[in-house]
Design a protein around this ligand. Structure first.
Ligand code: GLU
Length: 502
């Protein structure tokens, strides 16, 4: 089995593209086949430098490195369509020779004039005989125009009165009447093939067995089937599976790249710096997603295992995946679900694995703690982090003093009359023998008992003093990790400030 992911390098790869890549990867791996990356860069007007590198980096971040592709080796290269021009010329010439395609000399202005006259104009069987092409012009005239270098394209001659059918593995039998199909351009005036021509030629030459792609390509497939027939390759036609749309969170239409900004979540795998701000996006990686969690989430965005299982490792996905269980209808992009997956992965991840991912998050704020400290920090915080950034957002006070105290809580809990009492407690804790959570706790309990206090009188104050907030991990563990001197300094300072807030 050979499957390919065939993106066009026109900018950042949308999350839907990653899902397409993933499904191709999963089916290939399930059957011990090859997963191929092919860069479809024949549209020079839409080519964006850096996009190919972005695509590769994104695939690698997800652990979906191709077996074959530009820069990955493979016996079916080159894998960039711009480097395969001669092949497309060869096969288009063959089509013209066999009467399955023709040269067309209509200028852009002439075509625009047709469209102006009739907005529904289609260059098809009904129109072709009134246009300027090798079907209507004399042979010598055609030869002369080509010799003189007149701009022309090659168009597919769609047969009339036929039904074009194929079996889609997701949708079942799909049929088009050939009168619905226009005479698609195969070779453009700039000598580049169109998507249709290059795609079919390459799928054939690269011996692709299964094509999994987005639903927007479904109607193109009719033209592709005609091309396979015209080239005499029907026997080698791949199986097709068209994926359902990814919908906006509110279910209102297709998820677009702008929806990321609109809804405040990433719809791209990695950040992308476009020419304009409008064209720049934050990635799932930069948002603090683990690649395994993002992958798991994407796998279920259009496919279901038929069981209640939700957490799947890459290996489990490979084993469980099947085209039959791809959904027919669109699936909503539910960011809360994505976050839930991330949280589950953070909770279960290996500490060493998290260490490498949390370290840069902390380093970005100027702190480079040792491994032992960072590991202990991760253990205390992992239940409270939905994204990697949350380790900082919800736990920055492990690295620096609280920026502020939760004033509302201080007002509610602090009694200035008790400042002396709390100073005394701080003094006792400072002197605790072994500065561990256990002994700090024991000492605090003894103090509470002795003074006839309640836990609720004391613990919130310690917490506010050390972290500034009521949210955070277990207070005594937190104190142990911060250390005797740091805690003492923070508490003393806090009690003074609490008096001022009151
Ligand atoms: N180049 C097309 C794209 O950008 C590929 C579609 C296909 O897989 O055939 O999505």
């Amino acid at each position: 089995m050979r499957l390919r992911f065939a993106p066009s390098p026109t900018g950042a790869l949308h999350i839907g593209g990653v899902r397409t890549a993933l499904y191709n990867y999963l089916l290939a791996k399930k059957h011990g086949g090859a997963f191929i990356l092919r860069i479809e860069d024949t549209d020079q007007g839409r080519f964006v430098p850096g996009a190919e590198d972005y695509i590769k980096e994104a695939l690698e971040w997800f652990g979906l490195a191709p077996d074959e592709g530009p820069g990955y080796g493979g016996a079916h290269g080159p894998y960039r369509q711009s480097e395969r021009k001669a092949l497309y010329h060869k096969y288009t010439a063959q089509l013209v020779e066999n009467g399955r395609a023709y040269y067309a000399f209509d200028t852009p202005e002439e075509l625009a004039a047709q469209r102006e006259e009739n907005p529904a104009f289609k260059y098809d069987a009904g129109a072709r005989m009134r246009m300027k092409n090798s079907l209507t012009l004399a042979e010598e005239e055609v030869g002369r125009r080509i010799k003189e270098g007149e701009a022309h394209v090659v168009r597919l001659k769609v047969p009339t009165g036929e039904t074009v059918s194929f079996r889609d593995q997701v949708r079942g039998q799909v049929s088009f009447d050939s009168y619905e199909l226009d005479d698609k351009v195969l070779l453009k005036a700039d000598g580049m093939p169109t998507y249709h021509m290059a795609n079919v030629v390459d799928d054939y030459l690269m011996e692709i067995t299964h094509v999994i792609r987005g639903e927007e390509w479904l109607s193109s497939t009719a033209h592709h089937v005609l091309l396979y027939q015209a080239l005499g390759w029907e026997g080698q036609m791949p199986e097709f599976a068209h994926l359902p749309l990814i919908l906006r969170p509110d279910g209102k239409g297709k998820l677009s790249k702008r929806d990321g900004a609109r809804f405040g979540f990433p719809v791209f795998p990695l950040s992308w710096e476009g020419k304009t701000e409008e064209d720049s996006f934050t990635g799932m990686r930069e948002f603090g997603f683990l690649p395994e969690a993002a992958l798991n989430f994407l796998a279920l965005l259009g496919w279901n295992p038929g069981t209640e299982q939700e957490i799947f490792s890459r290996e489990e996905l490979v084993a469980a995946f099947s085209v039959e269980r791809i959904n027919k209808s669109g699936t909503r992009f539910d960011i809360d679900k994505a976050k839930w997956f991330n949280q589950q992965y953070i909770i279960k991840a290996d500490t060493d694995y998290l260490l490498e991912r949390v370290r840069p998050v902390i380093a970005a704020h100027g702190y480079e703690p040792g491994d032992a400290f960072l590991k202990a920090f991760i253990e205390l915080m992992r239940e409270r982090a939905v994204t990697l950034d949350d380790f900082w957002e919800n736990g920055y006070f492990f690295f620096e003093e609280p920026r502020a105290y939760d004033e509302k809580m201080v007002r509610k809990r602090w009694d200035p009359e008790r400042k002396g009492l709390f100073d005394e407690l701080a003094g006792q804790l400072h002197l605790v023998n072994n500065y561990t959570a256990g002994s700090i706790k024991a000492q605090t309990e003894a103090f509470i008992d002795e003074r006839g206090l309640k836990f609720g009188d004391v613990l919130p104050i310690l917490r506010l003093g050390v972290a500034g907030t009521m949210k955070g991990p277990a207070i005594f563990e937190m104190m142990e990790l911060l250390g005797r001197e740091e805690v003492d300094r923070r508490l003393r300072k806090a009690f003074v400030q609490f008096n001022e807030l009151k």
